[in-house]
Design a protein around this ligand. Structure first.
Ligand SMILES: Cc1cc2nc3c(=O)[nH]c(=O)nc-3n(C[C@H](O)[C@H](O)[C@H](O)COP(=O)(O)OP(=O)(O)OC[C@H]3O[C@@H](n4cnc5c(N)ncnc54)[C@H](O)[C@@H]3O)c2cc1C
Ligand SMILES: *[C@@H]1O[C@H](CO)[C@@H](O)[C@H](O)[C@H]1NC(C)=O
Length: 591
């Protein structure tokens, strides 16, 4: 608790400091800098807390996984712990209000106004905002001459805006190490990124306004216009304008409608604002924080570059993509990887196809993998580790739904070809994603809508394989897939056939297909007792309750699909938190 006397001592310095100068760090600036470092430290402590929390959860999952490998009832793990049930129901899984979290607010089918954060996310955001407000105001002596107060607020808000750039940039990175360390997905970091950005813009505006009002009151408008001539004020103002442009062009509606344009403007404006801010902070210690932010950005970009170079330039040539048009406005893309790829459920990758999308990349889920051993004849004896990995070739397959941009162009290009097949050069960046493990759940339910099935196919395959091999706790796996028309079944037909014919599959995996818009009832028929087809939409609560009745061990529910399906499944899971141990995991294809 050394902080308190420190604060008191600093209070004296701050109160004594003059606030009016435009150039050079004053003692108060140095104190601001210290506060800024404390705020980063505080952020670090919060992260450490979550790190421990996540490690404990992982450890408990691991114990449950190991103890249940040979246990067919897993009774000990069925009941819910009342406190944990409350905590999950009311905080972690809870939407801000009654039900809505991921279903978007839409003005029309094209204008997407964004989603609401969960209660847990809201708590975090409120904490972040409160910390920022406190740090901008703490130790500022009220009442005091207006000049002093404004001067201090100006300095403080400027400092806080700069220091917030560090977490802001880290959270936007694809290679953010916190994703894996804390088990928090990219889209949650993206949400925090957006809020930090809003805070930075507000702090920047406060900074400029405090400066301006102070100047006008003390020296009049004339002094403001004359300071525009100086580099210090000029660069600061340009950076501010760039920050405001960033805020104005980033709302959900614009971002979703013109994602690629958004991204280009975004990067350009960040470069402008950081460049001018760099000059603006020439004489200030706060420049370190900007430097840290720039380094964080450069490291992420550098890692992406290395990852692309490593993944796509093997001794057997580059990565190629075979695009095949499928019924129901979709494509299967088979990526023949230049290097071996360790395939796991829950991975996604960024795909670049220069012939269609130039340098732009799009995220897709790795839905299937096939590997083959190359004949070693051409290479002679396999002697080194390098040779072993070169003698294996991997195909990663994706199912891509046609949308309006890149995916549309690719679809049309492939559709022009005879048979709808097209082979192109591609670059793959990945794997990314949480690779969430479901191995410790005795009962697993996978809910998918439409192309969300790509996320679940690897889990179904992994769990059936693990069941036969005795390496997972799973005893009951239910896959629920909601599609509009029966032709969508074609998307994954070959993979489904493989999974359905796997050893001991009938004992563990049940599939329920819901066709929401069947053309006629003849299309709906159930091939077997474990693969059933229904018309219409499922009643999610009934399905989940049915599984709870027969629950073995802890239950994991995974959902990937539209926002409204995710919200329905979330609601149904929250309702049964006290009945039995039930975890809810959500994957969304957007941010
Ligand atoms: C983790 C993850 C996994 C995904 N897996 C799949 C999958 O397996 N199959 C599938 O069909 N789709 C998947 N998607 C969605 C897919 O990325 C988008 O549909 C695709 O990028 C749309 O490209 P477009 O130019 O045709 O989009 P548009 O029609 O221009 O936009 C459609 C939507 O996609 C978003 N989008 C567009 N470009 C990007 C981009 N570069 N990065 C992120 N979002 C973008 C837009 O914000 C918009 O909401 C996944 C998305 C994520 C985030
Ligand atoms: C991998 O994909 C290529 C086409 O890109 C295909 O020719 C090959 O047979 C596939 N290999 C496996 C093992 O599926």
């Amino acid at each position: 608790m050394k902080v308190i006397p420190l604060l008191v001592a600093a209070f004296g310095t701050v109160a004594a400091a003059k606030g009016g100068k435009d150039e050079g760090p004053a003692p108060s600036d140095i104190f601001d800098d210290k506060l800024a470092r404390y705020s980063l430290l505080g952020g670090g402590c919060v992260l450490a807390f979550f790190l421990i929390w996540h490690a404990v959860l992982r450890f408990m999952g691991h114990i449950r996984h190991l103890t249940n490998l040979n246990n067919d009832t897993q009774r000990y793990f069925i009941p819910a712990h009342p406190f944990i049930a409350w905590f999950k129901k009311s905080i972690v899984y809870a939407p801000l209000f009654r039900k809505r979290h991921n279903r978007e607010f839409k003005l029309s089918s094209a204008v997407n106004m964004g989603t609401l954060p969960t209660r847990f996310q809201t708590l975090l955001l409120v904490g972040i905002i409160a910390t920022n407000v406190t740090l901008c105001c703490i130790t500022i002596p009220f009442p005091a001459p207006e000049k002093t107060v404004l001067g201090l607020i100006r300095n403080r808000s400027g400092t806080m805006a700069t220091v917030n750039l560090v977490p802001l940039v880290i959270m936007a990175g694809r290679n953010n190490p916190l994703i894996k360390l804390l088990g928090v997905s990219f889209d949650t970091w993206n949400l925090l990124h957006r809020w930090f950005a809003r805070i930075v813009v507000l702090e920047t505006l406060t900074h400029v306004l405090a400066w301006m009002i102070n100047k006008v009151h003390n020296e009049g408008w004339e002094a403001v216009t004359t300071s525009f001539a100086g580099q210090f004020i000029q660069t600061g103002l340009i950076a501010t304008v760039a920050f405001v442009i960033l805020a104005v062009h980033s709302p959900s509606a614009i971002r979703h409608a013109f994602y690629e344009t958004f991204l280009h403007i975004h990067i350009a404006m960040v470069a402008v604002s950081f460049g001018f801010l760099w000059v603006h902070l020439k004489k200030y210690p706060q420049r370190r924080f900007l430097l840290a932010a720039i380094v964080a950005w450069a490291v992420d970009r550098g890692l992406r570059f290395v990852l692309i170079a490593w993944r796509n330039f093997g001794s057997n040539g580059g990565t190629s993509a075979l695009v095949e048009v499928l019924p129901g406005e979709a494509m299967r893309i088979t990526l023949r990887m230049a290097r071996p790829w360790t395939f796991k459920p829950g991975q996604h990758l960024y795909l670049y196809i220069p012939a269609v999308g130039f340098w732009m990349s799009h995220p897709f889920t790795a839905a299937w993998s096939d590997s083959e051993e190359l004949a070693n004849g051409e290479k002679g004896l396999v002697t080194t580790q390098q040779d072993v990995s070169d003698s294996r070739k991997e195909n990663i397959s994706l199912i891509v739904r046609r949308r309006t941009g890149f995916t549309n162009k690719l679809y049309e290009k492939a559709n022009e070809r005879i048979g709808g097949r097209l082979s192109l050069n591609a670059f793959v960046e990945g794997p990314y994603g949480l690779e969430e493990s479901l191995d410790s759940y005795g009962t697993v339910m996978l809910f998918a809508a439409g192309v969300g099935i790509t996320h679940h196919v690897p889990y179904a395959r992994h769990l059936v394989e693990g069941y036969a091999a005795g390496t997972v706790a799973a005893r009951r796996v239910t896959l629920v897939w909601i599609i509009q028309a029966p032709e969508h079944l074609e998307w994954i037909r070959p993979w489904m056939t493989t999974i359905l014919s796997m050893e001991r599959r009938r004992e563990v995996l049940r599939i329920m297909l819901f066709i929401t818009r069947p053309r006629n009832t003849k299309e709906i028929h159930s091939p077997s007792a474990t693969v059933q087809m229904f018309p219409g939409k499922p009643n999610i609560q009934t399905l989940i309750d049915g599984e709870i009745e027969k629950q073995i061990g802890a239950m994991g529910v995974l959902v990937c699909g539209t926002g409204s399906l995710a919200d329905d499944v979330r609601g149904a899971c929250r309702k049964r938190q006290y009945s039995s141990s039930l975890d809810f995991v959500e994957e969304s294809f957007t941010w």
